[in-house]
Design a binder for this molecule. Sequence first.
Ligand code: PNW
Length: 496
Amino acid sequence: MSTTATFPSDFFFGYATASAQVEGAPNADGKSPSIWDVWSHDPSHIKDGKTVDAGTGFYEKWREDIALMKSYGVNAYRMSLSWPRIVPSGKKGGEANAKAIAWYRDVLLELKANGITPFVTLYHWDHPQSLQEEYGGWLSEKMIVDFEYYSRVCFENFGDLVENWFTINEPNIHSMHGYKTGQQAPGRSSDRKISPEGDSSVEHLVVGHHLLLAHATVVKMYREEFKKGNEKRQIALVVNANWGEPMDDTPESILAAQVFFDCNSGWFSDPIVFGDYPQTLKDICGDKLPQFTEEEKKLVKGSTDFIAINHYTTMMIKKRTTPLDPSDQWNSFVPDIETSFFDKDGKEIAPEAGLIWCRTVPWGFGKLLDYLWKRYQLPIYISENGITCPNENDIPREEALHDDFRINYFTTYCDQMALKISEGVPIKCYLAWAFTDNYEWQEGYSARFGVTYIDYEDGLKRYPKDSAWALKKYFEERTAKEEGINDEEGRDRRCD
Ligand code: PNW
């Protein structure tokens, strides 16, 4: 056994995607429309004016994709299930769609046959449009009952093939962009240029509250009825966690950075570990923030088996001194803090990438990992991490395949993770975003996060980027082999 290896032999390495972003086939086999199917059909909502209809064609190309994934040396894959595919009516008691269930089972069996462990998200932002129309989606607590039913259908039909479940992806981003900034489906906002309906002062808080209760309700059901003493079966909430570094060492900046964490990530990760919202969030939101009853606190507290985070970037934080730009997605929630990619001396902390909100700041990832471990004392799973390269969508394919910018991002971020593991932080899993380029929500297909290039002009053909091979080599060189097994077999066994 290698003694210098950084990652233990049971470490999970792989890629992530989400149903709405890759599957395509919006009407196949009895699927009903999701909020993204409907919302993306208004071209004014999407940067390149394109709909989610095609995705990457995963619904057809899944077998080819799993073979490609396998060639990238992974032992894990994170995917999500489509609620409108599995329960087309969306509703409690609604018929479970046998064709959709059979399709997902085929995918899961193919993963298993290739030694790839599935991590399955129940909800990655694509609920049935009918629930949005009937009662406003997550604005209503009726959604909790319907989500519990849909989740039960999933546990009953896939429970034998899946041990690692995620309930909901990034409730913080979904609440903010779906119901405050209005940049993502269902696109509600107070800004009447964007949305005919919505109240940005409160809806995201109500939605967040219902998402937390829905998550906790499903975790309780899973633990009571489906875990069945099998310690390998686990379930968690996926929280988006960027790092906010104080601009300087003044108490104002240190407090501002704490407020940044509490109001973005702590909003969800505090309740599921400690049973209540962070005090800073309560102070800032006042009576707009719903309160948990004593019973709800008990339900929510401890409702995650580990800390799952999607981490993308780091920003410098200080108390606000300039007028607020209402379109600023981070600052609009917490008006009295300012975020920046420039330090106190005006120096850029990292060069621009392909999208304005994400830059390569690996040291911030290290600080976040320390902070999460200190605060929550639970194992950590990285459920997404990735970047777009500058101009990636504007250059010819041949050039885009040489994505050194992304290789630098992945390897420097993984080095931070390795360092923290060596210091004793229990990090168990690294799932990079994304396996392929895909539908990047309000950016359409114009932002490419994949380690696989998709040629949208030519039959959705797949081309591995250099980063796919670089990350494969990175983990091959640093992962311990199982004792008593030679190298090649050791890697195979690791996937069982
Ligand atoms: C995540 N931010 O969203 C989602 O889980 C994915 O579906 C998405 O494709 C991916 O990250 C890339 O965007 C995020 O502003 C949206 O920091 C916004 C942010 C982070 C993640």
